[in-house]
Design a protein around this ligand. Structure first.
Ligand code: DGL
Length: 253
């Protein structure tokens, strides 16, 4: 038993989509959520610069005496998870695009992976596709502006719809049975994406996998808590006073 908090971080509000799944599985924990909004977006900036931001964001969580850190950001996981694991002794859980289940379920169709430019071009993605022998059954698309729209809490406007439609112009949407949401900001756009893709396209993201993994790791290391659920929010290490907006976002996912 351990009643220290669990640290969760993302470049912005995207990690809330992961936090939601974690809370569903682990309701008796305290959470410290750090949104690095001073430095968002991560997915379009040089890797070395973003690595520094990630280190700062995780150091902040460590300074809050957390018992584990969840990197609720695909981009940060793809460029820094190994460095982070080598730097800290507490469990560090990352998130990966849910490519494996999508490839397993795709039937005779293909898989479309939507993520940030960095996640798409990183070695980790190439290695994963090779490992799954999926290079020919998967297409990739970067949607960097969805991160900006999400940070403005604009999940539904005509402008967002136009942007997505334009980005997808050269793709034949009927080719895909699975759409992988490979950025934690993207599940906020599920309603609008459902209106653009054919009805039977399934959307999948890695958040449930992360929540399950966290639960297993905490349980194996005897670190599960028996707290009253509590979430403290920080913006790049600064306490968020008006928490309602973030709590409300947890309700709409
Ligand atoms: N939410 C993040 C991800 O899962 C990063 C978005 C960004 O800052 O570009 O990749």
């Amino acid at each position: 038993m351990n009643n220290q908090s669990i640290g969760v971080f993302d470049s912005g509000i995207g990690g809330l989509t992961v936090l939601k799944k974690i809370i569903d599985l682990l309701p008796n924990e305290k959470y410290v959520y750090n949104a690095d909004i001073k430095n968002v977006p991560y997915g379009t900036k040089p890797k070395e610069e973003v690595k520094k931001y990630i280190k700062e964001a995780v150091n902040f969580l460590i300074s809050q005496n957390v018992k584990a850190v969840v990197v609720a950001c695909n981009t940060a996981t793809s460029i820094a998870i190994n460095d982070l694991r080598n730097s800290y002794s507490i469990p560090i859980i990352g998130i990966e695009p849910a490519v494996k289940p999508a490839v397993e379920n795709k039937g005779s169709k293909k898989v479309l992976i939507m993520a940030t430019p960095t996640t798409i071009k990183e070695e980790k993605m190439k290695d994963l596709l090779i490992k799954l022998n999926a290079q020919n059954s998967v297409d990739l698309i970067a949607m960097p502006r969805l991160v900006e729209y999400a940070e403005k809490k604009d999940f539904q406007s005509d402008e967002v719809k136009e942007y997505i439609t334009k980005q997808l112009e050269t793709y034949n949407l009927g080719d895909y049975s699975e759409l992988v949401l490979g950025c934690t900001h993207f599940p906020f756009f599920k309603p609008i994406l459902s209106s653009i893709f054919p009805k039977d396209t399934k959307m999948i993201d890695g958040s449930l996998g992360v929540a399950k993994r966290l639960k297993n790791v905490l349980s194996e290391q005897n670190l599960l808590g028996n707290n009253q659920l509590e979430i403290e929010y920080y913006y790049s290490g600064k306490k968020v006073e008006n928490e309602d907006e973030l709590n409300n976002l947890l309700k709409i996912i």
